[in-house]
Design a protein around this ligand. Structure first.
Ligand SMILES: Cc1ncc(COP(=O)(O)O)c(C=O)c1O
Length: 394
């Protein structure tokens, strides 16, 4: 073998059956081969398991999928390159011209965009309701054949709680699929409800360190099978290296999530006592209008604490600019704390009516609480609140 050939066929190093890597390797390979054409054909006919081309599946992606399915309490999962990627691919795979979708004002902006503007171009219609309007959901389902109901809980940014049992019961009775973007609550929550599809951004709590993106859809085996071919064709795969980093992040998921929730509760309580704060939105506080529902549905109340400053948009800007430990950045669920103002959440085309219905005010602030020492975060917040309050009405 000449050297140009050798570099393309390097020596194979295989572990013996009694010798194992403690951390699974990254299968950074696009292609996988079977020993014969016959076995390849059997694989392509679906008659044997295996891996062939990483756009469809890859052992590192598969390890992540199987772990996430188990955490969410379902049989199967597909991962893709981002949370939005997985939402787009799932919606495209499940809808066709003439279908009707129910979605909510209190949802992630790109999800609404996908339904209203992208699916809308292909003849899919929608009804946009408030997550609190269960009567509206019931009425719409009675009036119009509906393909799916897509919702979130807690909602972004003011942590309204969806009544998951009621929404899934109504959807099921009407023959509609239910789809819960469970990103805020995490993989260990809401699995006991009759949700058909769970969506997650892996960019958030799964990786935890804010250095990798990914998304997952988790469901019963037959519901995932219904997506598999379209996911391969749409091509938004998760790279094996990203899958490896997310698997690494998941090792500390529970300790991170619980520590961050404990800090979030302390911070929410303290904010509730501050004179510059008109209202705190945190489902773990007894004053939250849906605290009882949250306590029934959730084991942990999450790491997002939102609140409305009395001083409106100007105070919100002064507050956010004065923070030192909170990065002025989108996203959530990272080990470092983050802050966004209502204006930063609104996107390029603020839709005033939607914002009002979603209970976002000019002075709304969303904090994502990280893993820093809670006392340091509280001191930073106190200082920034004093700065926000420095010149009321200015
Ligand atoms: C509830 C929710 N769903 C989906 C996404 C999208 O995830 P990604 O940024 O991984 O595309 C986000 C991102 O902020 C989110 O908050």
């Amino acid at each position: 073998m000449k050297k140009p050939t050798r570099v393309n066929h390097p020596p194979a190093v295989e572990l013996l059956p009694d010798n194992h890597a403690v951390v699974a390797p990254i299968y950074q390979s696009v292609k996988f081969e079977f020993d014969t054409v016959e076995e390849t054909e059997r694989y392509l006919r679906g008659e044997r398991p295996g891996f062939y081309y990483s756009r469809s599946s890859n052992p590192t992606m598969r390890q992540l999928e199987l772990l996430l399915a188990e955490l969410q309490g379902r049989e199967d999962c597909l991962v893709a390159a981002s949370g939005v990627g997985v939402i787009a691919q799932t919606l495209l795979a499940l809808t066709r011209q003439g279908d009707h979708v129910i979605c909510f004002v209190e949802s992630y902006n790109p999800t609404r965009y996908l339904i209203r503007r992208v699916l809308g171009r292909f003849g899919v219609t929608h009804t946009l309701l408030s997550i609190e309007d269960l009567a509206g959901v019931e009425r719409t389902l009675a009036e119009r054949p509906t393909r799916l109901v897509i919702f979130e809980s807690p909602t972004n940014p003011v942590t309204k709680i969806a009544d998951i049992a009621a929404l899934t019961r109504l959807a099921r009775a009407a023959g509609a699929l239910s789809m819960l973007d469970n990103t805020f609550a995490g993989f260990h929550q809401h699995g006991e409800y009759e949700v058909d599809y769970y969506l997650h951004s892996l960019t958030k709590y799964a990786s935890g360190t804010g250095d990798v993106m990914g998304g997952a859809v988790i469901a019963r085996g037959d519901l995932i099978r219904a997506l598999r071919t379209d996911f391969g064709a749409l091509g938004g795969l998760l790279d094996p290296h990203a899958a490896f980093l997310i698997l690494r992040g998941l090792k500390t998921y529970f300790v991170r999530y619980r520590a961050q929730c404990a800090s979030a509760l302390r911070i929410a309580q303290r904010l509730g006592e501050h004179p510059a704060v008109a209202r705190v939105h945190y489902p773990g506080l007894p004053a939250h209008p849906q605290h009882a529902l949250a306590a029934r549905q959730m084991q942990d109340f999450g790491t997002i604490v939102s609140f409305d400053l009395r001083g409106g948009a100007k105070a919100a800007r002064r507050f956010a600019n004065a923070l030192e430990l909170f990065a002025l950045a989108a996203s959530l669920g990272s080990t470092e704390s983050l802050v966004v103002t209502a204006q930063m959440l609104g996107g390029r085309e603020p839709e005033a009516e939607l914002q009002r219905l979603a209970a976002i005010t000019e002075g709304t602030i969303r904090l994502s609480i990280g893993l820093e020492e809670p006392g340091d975060l509280l001191a930073d917040l106190e200082r920034a609140l004093a700065a926000a309050d420095a010149a009321p009405g200015a």
